[in-house]
Ligand binder design. Structure first.
Ligand code: FAD
Ligand code: UDP
Length: 365
């Protein structure tokens, strides 16, 4: 087999890079180990007629207008705006923590200024924010932290926030108003026909060939290519030369409920240590689907299975650096995406970095 660019992985990163290169006339071959495209973002209709996102809930959101414009070439997005509710001791609270969460939790009726003053007393005065625990305690002290953050994080990452880089909990704001949207001021939505349909369109070019059910390690020696983009784990690419990078995975439990609706919101978080799952997603909310039955998914974080999350810790980043240096010295080979760059990135960043890398490669040809 012959191609200009060989791309390992048909996830968001691989598909977008392929599209941009193909649009400029290059022949691209994508090799994907799974039996479908879309990677972690893939979805499909289940037997209840519900669009289920196979690897957990995905909501597109971005502040990059160019990324949004680019994707709008391949799909329309609906106007879904994501909200999350957390269940703590049988009561429901909006998350991220906002004025409503605060007043309900403390049984108060303060305004934003009152909330700020309240936390001036409670919050810990930390000069240098070193980790994810510092991020939260310096804002709101321990009580809300214990209720909504500490054990959720322990379940998600198998460690407490003090052992995670600050970037993890910096993802989550604390709001002093009643804004209960999960993401701040961003373009957002769900592709109206699902993510997989969007990926099908993205890679529809005759310049793109795809081989599913194929591990690149089994075929790479038989392919004649000029450049390689790898979106598979970088440590695996180099045969774990410096040791294994850790990735957190998820176990998904799908259940059909014989009722129209299971919960009032698409996602309900379970931040307590009493249940092993972090959240329950009821998918029909995303596309506002009307069906007699409903499908829900519980997510249980684990160390087994498909790598999903790079671990944002000092040690893992140091190990990654060694692979990165090796990568920089590997001719005509580029790494991309959550696994290739070992970076906790959202879809919009995956898309942006894929377009940038494709443009960089095009300049060299
Ligand atoms: P992947 O989707 O992992 O693609 C890599 C591909 O490489 C996979 O298809 C894999 O099968 C393939 N591959 C691996 N090894 C090999 C091999 N040896 N040979 C051939 N192929 C191989 N982002 C958001 O913006 N909004 C959200 O709401 C959101 N929710 C998320 C929820 C969860 C549970 C998770 C885990 C992530 C979420 N994300 C979200 C992030 C989003 O999933 C990623 O940004 C995106 O999937 C990155 O795409 P990628 O192509 O880099 O990686
Ligand atoms: N988090 C938490 N409680 C919540 C939601 C999130 O403690 O109710 C923490 C958890 O450590 C999580 C991090 O905040 O990994 C980032 O949350 P986000 O929703 O951005 O994570 P994602 O699911 O997108 O990876």
């Amino acid at each position: 087999m012959k191609c200009d660019v060989l791309i390992v992985g048909a996830g968001f990163s691989g598909c977008v890079a392929a599209q941009r290169l193909a649009e400029k006339g290059l022949n691209v071959l994508i090799v994907e180990k799974r039996n479908h495209i879309g990677g972690q973002c893939s979805d499909k209709l289940d037997e209840n007629g519900v669009m289920v996102q196979t690897y957990g809930p995905h909501i597109f959101h971005t502040k990059f207008e160019d990324v949004s414009e680019y994707l709008n070439r391949f799909t329309k997005f609906n106007d879904y705006k994501h909200k999350v509710i957390a269940k703590h001791k049988d009561k429901l609270y909006p998350v991220p923590i906002n004025l409503t969460t605060f007043n309900k939790f403390y049984n108060l009726n303060l305004d934003g200024e009152g909330m700020k003053e309240f936390f001036e007393d409670k919050r810990e005065k930390i000069d240098i924010i070193k980790n994810s625990r510092d991020v939260i305690l310096s804002r709101i002290g321990t009580e809300l932290y214990d209720a909504f953050i500490k054990y959720y994080t322990k379940k998600q990452w198998d460690c407490y926030p003090e052992d995670l880089d600050k970037e993890v909990l910096e993802r989550i704001p604390v709001r002093f108003d009643e804004d209960d949207y999960y993401f701040s001021n961003e373009l957002q939505g769900i592709p109206i026909n699902g993510f997989s349909e969007m990926f099908k369109k993205i890679i529809a070019s005759p310049n793109i060939q795809i081989k599913l059910n194929t591990d690149y390690k089994d075929v790479i020696n038989k392919i004649d290519y000029s450049k390689l983009i790898c979106t598979a784990p970088i440590d695996e690419f180099f045969d774990f030369k410096f040791g294994k990078l850790k990735y957190r995975a998820l176990k998904f439990i799908l259940e059909t409920k014989d009722k129209e609706l299971f919960q009032e919101n698409s996602v309900v978080n379970y931040p307590g240590p009493d249940v092993p799952y972090t959240r329950i997603t009821e998918f029909k909310h995303f596309l506002n689907q009307k069906t007699d039955k409903t499908t829900i998914m519980k997510e249980i974080p684990t160390w087994e299975g498909v790598p999903a999350y790079p671990i944002p810790q000092k040690e893992t980043k140091e190990l990654f650096k060694k692979y990165q240096e090796l990568a920089e010295n590997t001719k005509d080979t580029y790494f991309l995406g959550r696994l290739g760059r070992y970076k906790y990135i959202n879809m919009d960043v995956a898309c942006k970095e894929a377009l940038e890398l494709a443009d960089e490669i095009l300049e060299t040809i």
